[in-house]
Design a protein around this ligand. Sequence first.
Ligand code: PGA
Length: 252
Amino acid sequence: MRRPIVAGNWKMHGSRAENARLIEELLAGAPATPKATCLVCPPFVYLLEASRQLRDSSISLGGQDVCADTQGAFTGEISSAMLKDVGCEYVIVGHSERRLLYRESDQLVARKFGAALSKGLIPILCVGEQLADREAGRTREVVARQLDVVLELCGATGLEQAVVAYEPVWAIGTGRNAAPEQAQEVHAYIRARIGARDARIAAATRILYGGSVKAGNAAELFAMPDVDGGLIGGASLKADEFLTILAAAGPA
Ligand code: PGA
């Protein structure tokens, strides 16, 4: 039985005041014992304050990115140990915005994944194809390549302490979510690909869907057998939307 996860990726949004209000609303509305794991990923500079506000609550904290190196002369970077230090349990790695806008390679993403694991953070590894890939029938090929680099570097056992998020790039922030069957097809493929190395780990790995998840479509996406929750962008900035999505992720 895989416990679903609903993660909010706030991206570069918010302010101290806005975040405080959003977290307050989430804390007021979240069930005391949610059926799914819930976490939010604010921008780095707000993590400590969010961590204090979330202390002893059912909502966990994650970073949006992490440095592949552990410490040293890396101006502007944030290490896994630092994220741990301010109360993060999770960190997103390989988000398509990082891969595309900041040219992060599959190798760099895999190193970030390893760096997170090495400090006991749970990496949320994002994979997903662009529209041109899908239209050319290359979805599996792209997702396999992104996944395999991580499997090569960290082994299937690396995924034992991790989460995968399938995020088709064409669905992110576009309002155009993948159809539940489209998501299921790729999720099943990802699980099978991990399963080719280790069936037990594949069966236990949480695979989240991300890309225009909203209150209105979360339940049908989460009802798919290999969809174990969601990574939510835009809709995670509105407490009522996010809480509705969280409620949709409980086991039936
Ligand atoms: P979206 O973003 O929900 O706004 O489409 C998802 C993500 O980028 O993780």
